[in-house]
Design a protein around this ligand. Structure first.
Ligand SMILES: Cc1cc2nc3c(=O)[nH]c(=O)nc-3n(C[C@H](O)[C@H](O)[C@H](O)COP(=O)(O)OP(=O)(O)OC[C@H]3O[C@@H](n4cnc5c(N)ncnc54)[C@H](O)[C@@H]3O)c2cc1C
Length: 301
């Protein structure tokens, strides 16, 4: 029996593991792909305090090593189901079961992909799913943002302050984002709207060089140094649908203590409903969830 099982080994899960292990709890972390989570896909990180610049993979490895040294146990595996009786969680991974008194769910959210040629190949070489994270790498360059919601509009605004030129590509002729923000964006001289257009292909050998668009049923090649995809995220919460309340978009609902509707079940990081999804906020969540889970364990004792 573990004190705390953490599902998901990204920055939120690893921060939680560091705090829980330092509180001398028996901790198991379960990760299905890469310890370190999404950030391991980032070529460079320049906004994590303490590191002027660090590779995403190295940062993830450092977090993992730190938690390991403090006594965290970890396994590779995909959690496929969770059950709870009065005080015990049972977590199912392949044919095995693990039990704990408290659970921290930190499975993140995956950005929706365009699904076009070269998208995977040029990820980190001009394609990004996070303007706040990667915008600074495109200072004085030409980029496009793909999407029509608030995120796309915010990203275009943010990038317009850094980049020489920003194209906002949207498949419709109207925006789902807040009208006031759209109006503000229209006043920016270095922003150009390309409406009724979809990206057919990203062009480039080692780096992004251009995008091929279908604009009003006509092909158009647009030279850009970067492509920011802002068409939403999918929280990794499929298996929770019948277990705890989620938002209509599938994010976990928590209170300020990061408690959910199920006693002993905490959520941390990009997987929960919140405004800002970044490394620092994921680590913040992991910290709160672990401290609150430790307090919960004390009440059981
Ligand atoms: C390319 C890229 C660059 C970025 N750059 C920056 C940056 O410069 N600065 C910044 O602040 N943020 C950046 N971000 C965002 C940042 O990485 C995320 O906000 C952060 O990683 C969220 O942490 P998390 O632990 O909540 O989730 P994640 O990092 O997504 O980790 C969740 C983990 O859970 C695992 N998992 C999911 N489902 C299961 C399951 N059923 N069983 C077991 N494991 C499961 C996943 O494999 C994953 O490893 C970037 C993101 C990307 C994709």
């Amino acid at each position: 029996m573990y004190d705390i099982i953490i599902v998901g080994g990204g920055p939120a899960g690893l921060a939680a593991a560091i705090y829980a292990a330092r509180a001398l709890k028996k901790v198991l972390l379960i990760e299905k792909a890469t310890f370190g989570g999404q950030i391991t896909q980032a070529v460079n990180v320049e906004n994590y305090p303490g590191f002027e610049t660090i590779g995403g993979m190295e940062l993830g490895e450092r977090m993992y090593d730190q938690a390991k040294k403090l006594g965290m146990e970890s396994i590779y595996g995909e959690v496929s189901n969770i059950q709870k009786d009065a005080t015990t969680f049972t977590i199912f991974v392949s044919s095995k079961e693990y039990q704990s008194k408290a659970l921290i769910y930190a499975t993140g959210a995956s950005p929706r992909k365009l699904g076009v040629v070269n998208e995977e190949k040029l990820l980190g070489s001009g394609i990004s799913y996070c303007a706040t994270c990667d915008g600074a790498f495109f200072k004085d360059k030409t980029v496009c943002v793909v999407g029509g919601g608030n995120t796309a509009i915010d990203d275009a605004l943010y990038l317009s302050n850094l980049c020489k030129k920003v194209y906002l590509i949207h498949r419709r002729d109207g925006f789902r984002g807040e009208p006031v923000k759209v109006t503000f964006l229209k006043e920016k001289e270095n922003v150009e709207f390309i409406l009724n257009a979809t990206v057919k292909e990203v062009l480039g050998t080692d780096r992004v060089e251009a995008v091929l668009l279908n604009e009003n049923n006509q092909e158009r090649k647009l030279d850009v140094d970067g492509v920011f995809v802002a068409i939403g995220h999918e929280p990794n919460t499929k298996i929770l649908e019948d277990f705890i309340p989620l938002t209509p978009n599938g994010y976990i609902i928590t209170n300020l203590q990061l408690e959910t509707a199920v006693a002993g079940f905490y959520a941390a990081g990009d997987v929960r409903e919140k405004q800002v999804r970044q490394l620092t906020t994921a680590a913040n969540d992991g910290t709160i969830a672990a401290i609150m889970a430790c307090e919960y364990l004390d009440t059981l004792d």
